[in-house]
Design a protein around this ligand. Structure first.
Ligand code: ADP
Length: 852
């Protein structure tokens, strides 16, 4: 069960009118207690007076409850009163039952009435019901049982004697059953009441939310309407004021224009028209959707109405080599329409057909005169529309190719507007198409004018030829069309192709940097040329594919590239350039109309070096280009410096190494020279060690290291006084201790040179013995660096075979014997084995004659 919520309980009692129902139950009990006075008179005349007082007493108590009921503040209080009411009623009846002989009287039916009545009349909480029922049961049973125990055990009914216990069983069974049924019913009703209230509360909440969102939507809608009204004034008016003088300028009314100026002004005019077309379409669509569009209908002969429209699109069709056909009945086909609006419909269909049909295609317009309708069909041999889009293209902003890189400009508003216009005319418009083969748009309009809703019609006061109308009834601003009369051109402005003639780079290189500009919109390229040509050499191309080809051929210094292009877009282009080792150094600046962090991140991920958003200003554009070029130049200077530096560094290292080697070698010969007996000792030990190492398969570098270690192994002897080194005869113990220090001294001399760390370890260990009895560290077995284990053998061999102050040189054979004898104690047996295999090559030319 959910946790107790006083608010919910209050609401529950309010919803089911606990107070009102209790009051009603009180009145009912007053009425019944009164009515049953009659029963007393008939059934128990002997107690009539007693019962009368009893009844009056109960009724007085009920009266008090009625008074209290008015005052009770909480629903809890009301419920308590309801319980007390039922208990008083039951108590009154219980007393009468007792007087009438307990189980023997049928007055217990009164209790049944209370039990059932409570369920129906008062929405008591379950625990109250239980309290009441249990009380009633005891009120009946206890006095009746007492009565039974002390009273008669049998009665005579119609001459038949019946035992009283039968009444006991009978009455108790009925009362108990009614109570049980009542309790179940009460609990059931209560859960229904709670559930119902809970759903009602939920409903209330949802309704509240709905109301709130509705309010919000309404205010948003008002805002939108307000916004569109503002757009009307704030955008169309200034645009008109720019376009009207531009038109006069271009018509030469303000003097002759240079070709360059004329070209620039035309670009401005064309783009102004594009903007105006978009605003007009949006405003019209808004008007239509809000039901504010009024039709100025009149009868028009379609056979005459269509040709001027076709004539307007002919120049563009010729440009694309698309043929235009018109098929119509031989007679006039009259139709009541708003010609201005209907013209927008047909124009949209024609301009779409032109847009989506490729060179050499065909566009046919049919007029068909049927019984009650007239259909106008525009059919093309263009790219077609997929079946699933046939309905959707009439939705606002819907386009088959909605990608940012679609091939055709457009906003997806034209068909939505056409449909709305047809719908206020009560006509229908539909599309049929076969993908790749072509599309046909069919507009079907009713003849006559009965079908028009009266409130969309605005009766014309005068009829003027189309295109020369003045808006006498409009209270709004003078419409742009009234000022700029060539509004058909406005509709077709998306389709006008601009050539970028003169955009190609002059062959002669004029400026320091060559920039490649890639944009599918020739007008943007023209603008770039205008802004940048005075400072940079430019190449202008209209696709990323052309751009890549140019990059490979000419290696320009920088690329300015549009992001949204048909085919390969700017991001793909960046990826292609940055993924090509030969091109990746060329900086790319992406130019985009879309802004936002996501766009930026995508561009940077594709490898673009910088980003600039449209509309760009020439100062910023140039500044970005210059900064990229400077960075590029600095990078290549830095790369060159780096290369030189690396070359010089490796030269230096080489020099240092050979210098070091020659120093080490002279040091070694200095040691040798110091000790006349061991002259060339180091050189020989080196030679022997290297031979053993080579036999053991050392790498060239390891042999090189061992060479240094062997050359320098006695470098510590520099610190040993000459008198001790060259002492003829036996050394004293102290003198020997001094000699024994030379490995440690050797290490100390070598270790400051980082390169010699490993070598100095070998030097320190060259007097260690395999069995761990050597010096200075008493290293054992493989703890001794391998180089040292090799060197000790070479060292010992050379010591034995060369003359010393205290002894003569011994023979090769003797040395071999000594070394074999000490294998495993002084020497590593494995190295000894290798040594033995090549020892033959150590034998000096003149073998000494004598042994040790
Ligand atoms: P848009 O300004 O994009 O042309 P429209 O509402 O006029 O907007 O057209 C919506 C879309 O319907 C177009 O983008 C195009 O995908 C599709 N469409 C319209 N006319 C044709 C056609 N004749 N052939 C192929 N596709 C068409």
């Amino acid at each position: 069960m959910a946790s107790y919520d006083p608010q919910f309980e209050d609401r529950l009692n309010q919803e089911y009118d606990l107070r009102g129902r209790t009051r009603m139950a009180a009145f009912l009990s007053l009425a019944l207690f009164t009515v049953f006075i009659g029963l007393d008179a008939v059934y128990t005349p002997q107690y009539f007076l007693t019962f009368l007082f009893l009844r009056l007493g109960v009724m007085a108590a009920v009266g008090v409850i009625l008074l209290l009921l008015k005052r009770a503040k909480t629903s809890q209080g009301v419920m308590n009163l309801a319980l007390v009411l039922a208990l008083i009623d039951a108590a009154g009846i219980a007393v009468m039952i007792y007087i009438l002989g307990g189980f023997l009287t049928s007055y217990y039916q009164g209790l049944n009435i209370i039990v059932m009545g409570m369920i129906v009349l008062i929405p008591l909480a379950f625990r109250y019901t239980i309290t009441l029922y249990v009380s009633i049961w005891f009120m009946y049973t206890i006095p009746s049982v007492i009565h039974y125990l002390v009273g008669q055990k049998a009665v005579v009914v119609d001459g038949v004697e019946i035992a009283v216990w039968r009444f006991v069983i009978n009455n108790l069974t009925f009362l108990t059953s009614i109570i049980v049924v009542g309790a179940i019913g009460s609990s059931y009703m209560e859960s229904i009441r709670r559930r119902e209230l809970r759903s009602r509360l939920q409903l209330e909440e949802t309704t509240g939310q709905l109301k709130e969102s509705n309010e919000k939507l309404k205010s948003l809608d008002e805002l939108k309407t307000q916004f569109f009204a503002n757009v009307n004034h704030e955008l169309r008016t200034p645009l008109t004021l720019m376009l009207a003088p531009l038109k006069s300028l271009l018509e030469g009314r303000m003097g002759k224009l240079s070709p360059m100026l004329k070209d620039t002004l035309e670009t401005m005019q064309r783009n102004g028209y594009k903007l105006l077309k978009l605003i007009n379409n949006l405003l019209d669509l808004n008007k239509l959707e809000e039901g504010r569009m009024r039709l100025k209908v009149r009868s028009v002969n379609l056979v005459e109405f269509v040709p001027p429209l076709l004539a307007s699109v002919k120049p563009l069709a010729d440009q694309k080599q698309i043929r235009l056909y018109f098929q119509h009945p031989p007679h006039a086909v009259e139709l009541t329409i708003d010609p201005d609006q209907f013209e927008k419909v047909i124009f949209n269909l024609l301009s779409n057909a032109l847009k989506f049909t490729s060179r050499g295609g065909k566009i046919t317009t049919y007029i068909e005169d049927k019984d009650h309708t007239v259909t106008t069909t525009v059919e093309d041999t263009g790219i077609g529309i997929p079946a699933h889009m046939l309905e959707r293209i009439f939705d606002r902003f819907s386009q088959v190719d909605g990608s940012k890189s679609r091939a055709q400009e457009g906003t997806g508003i034209g068909l939505a507007l056409a449909r709305e216009i047809v719908l206020v005319h009560k006509g229908t418009i539909r599309a049929e198409s076969e993908l790749g083969k072509g599309s046909r748009f069919v507009v079907e309009m009713h003849k006559g004018e009965e079908h028009f809703d009266e409130d969309v019609l605005e009766r014309r006061t005068e009829d003027l030829p189309i295109g020369l109308k003045r808006r006498t009834t409009d209270t709004e601003e003078p419409r742009v069309q009234d000022i700029v009369t060539d509004y058909r051109r406005l509709q077709l402005v998306d389709l006008e192709k601009v050539d970028i003639e003169g955009g190609q780079v002059d062959e002669a290189k004029v400026h320091d940097a060559l920039i490649l500009c890639v944009d599918d919109n020739p007008e943007v390229l023209k603008l770039m040329k205008m802004l940048l040509a005075d400072e940079f050499d430019l190449e202008l191309v209209t696709s990323a594919e052309q751009g890549l080809a140019f990059l490979r051929a000419k290696n320009p210094d920088l690329v300015l590239c549009d992001v949204m292009m048909p085919g390969m877009d700017g991001h793909a282009f960046s990826r292609a350039v940055k993924g090509d080792d030969a091109l990746k150094h060329i900086p790319i600046i992406l130019v985009t109309a879309r802004t936002g962090a996501e766009m930026l991140a995508e561009g940077m991920k594709a490898g673009a070096d910088d980003y600039i958003s449209k509309p760009f200003d020439s100062t910023e554009l140039k500044a970005r280009i210059r900064s990229q070029l400077r960075m590029r130049q600095m990078e290549s200077e830095l790369a060159l410096m780096n290369k030189n530096l690396r070359m010089r560094t490796s030269d230096l290292v080489e020099q240092q190494r050979s210098l070091f080697l020659s120093t080490v070698k002279s040091l070694a010969s200095a040691i040798d020279a110091k000790d006349e007996y061991t002259r060339h000792h180091s050189t020989r030990v080196t030679d022997f060690s290297m031979k053993i190492a080579a036999k053991m398969g050392f790498s060239e570098k390891e042999i090189g290291d061992l060479e240094l270690a062997a050359l320098l192994h006695d470098v510590g002897k520099i610190a040993v006084p000459e008198s001790i080194l060259n002492k003829p005869g036996k050394l004293t113990k102290e003198e020997f201790e001094v000699i024994k220090e030379h490995p440690v001294r050797g290490e100390a001399i070598l270790s400051p040179v980082i390169e010699l760390k490993e070598i100095s370890r070998v030097v320190r260990a060259h007097h260690e013995r395999y069995d761990g009895t050597g010096y200075p560290d008493r290293l054992k077995g493989r703890e001794i660096p391998l180089g040292a284990r090799i060197m000790t053998i070479a060292d010992t061999y050379d010591s034995i075979t060369s003359e010393r102050p205290y002894r003569k040189a011994a023979s090769h054979r003797y040395a071999m014997k000594e070394i074999i004898a000490c294998s495993g104690t002084q020497f590593d047996p494995e190295v000894v084995e290798h040594f033995l295999e090549i020892a033959g090559t150590f034998v000096p030319d003149q073998e000494p004659e004598h042994g040790a």
